[in-house]
Design a protein around this ligand. Structure first.
Ligand code: CAA
Length: 259
């Protein structure tokens, strides 16, 4: 795999791992970092040997947000013409392969937004989530007012976006922001177990399940159900569906080919 300045990239079996790595700035999402991340995500998406993508940070910080020092003097046109901020960051949200955010420490501002772009978040017990943009005179710009509201509802999202307060891991789990909380020392083991479990499923079935769940955020219930049913019907064209059901009937583990 390629080496980057602001991230560490490795693969374990069919799982691709991107570790945000700007420790001196608590992984603040500089242009350099998100450019690296976009390239690494493109590479994993194109790599037929990778089934699942994990994005993580350090024990102290997943990411403390957009790089404040880099953007502080931006003009409106600097922001507008470059489509700041989702042009590069948004790549995580458009990945077709399943993605997991493994969050320890701070996930603030753009860090929280980036985590919410993953399919789901597994958090360490020291994780802290927040949208503190209001405290620096701006507002969330990469999904904080939209994905957070869908995840935890209006009352908590409003309170967080208006006060900038942080939510700890237990509250994040209670509120539906994260799938699961685990002890910090076990975070990567638990995330890798989960990632490997997904990676062992039929890749097209996993991609289709993800596509269908994501459809629920865009469609009415009737349209969403129709989309689901059509995709479900299409799984009967998969060799993996034949294999999965035959394996069940024959009381043996399935051996998916990814086709
Ligand atoms: N941008 C740039 N640098 C940052 C940063 C950020 N978002 N967050 C932390 N850093 C830097 C600090 O400036 C500091 O650098 P120096 O040592 O050179 O001074 C270093 O990282 C360590 O940070 P602290 O000394 O502040 O560490 P702490 O443990 O005392 O506090 C913290 C941790 C509470 C996370 C605090 O760093 C903080 O509040 N960070 C900013 C959080 C924030 O406001 N994020 C939102 C950004 S706006 C945004 O993301 C826009 C969007 O929606 C897309």
């Amino acid at each position: 795999t390629e080496t980057y300045e602001n991230i560490l990239v490795e693969t374990k079996g069919a799982v691709g791992i991107i570790r945000l790595n700007r420790p001196k700035a608590l992984n603040a999402l500089s242009d350099g970092l998100v450019t690296d991340m976009e390239k690494a995500l493109n590479a994993f998406e194109d790599d037929a040997a990778i089934n699942v993508i994990v994005v993580t940070g350090s024990e102290k910080a997943f990411a403390a947000g957009a790089d404040i020092k880099e953007m502080m003097n931006f003009s409106y046109m600097d922001a507008y013409l470059n489509d700041f901020i989702t042009k590069k960051w948004g790549r995580l949200a458009t990945c077709r392969k399943p993605t997991i955010a493994a969050v320890a420490g701070y996930a603030l501002g753009g860090g929280c937004e980036l985590a919410m772009m993953a399919d789901f978040i597994i958090a360490a017990d020291n994780a802290k989530f927040g949208q503190p943009e209001i405290t620096i005179g701006t507002i969330p710009g990469a999904g904080g007012t939209q994905r957070l509201t869908r995840a935890i509802g209006k009352a908590k999202a409003m309170e967080m976006c208006l006060t900038g307060r942080m939510m700890d891991a237990a509250e994040a789990e209670r509120s539906g922001l994260v799938a699961r909380v685990v002890p910090l020392a076990e975070l990567m083991d638990e995330v890798m177990k989960t990632a490997e479990k997904i990676a062992a499923m039929s890749r097209p079935a996993a991609m289709m399940a993800k596509e269908a769940v994501n459809r629920s955020f865009e469609a009415t219930l009737t349209e969403g159900l129709l989309f689901e049913r059509r995709v479900f019907h299409s799984t009967f064209a998969l060799a993996d569906q034949k294999e999965g059901m035959a394996a069940f009937a024959e009381k043996r583990p399935p051996n998916f080919s990814g086709k």
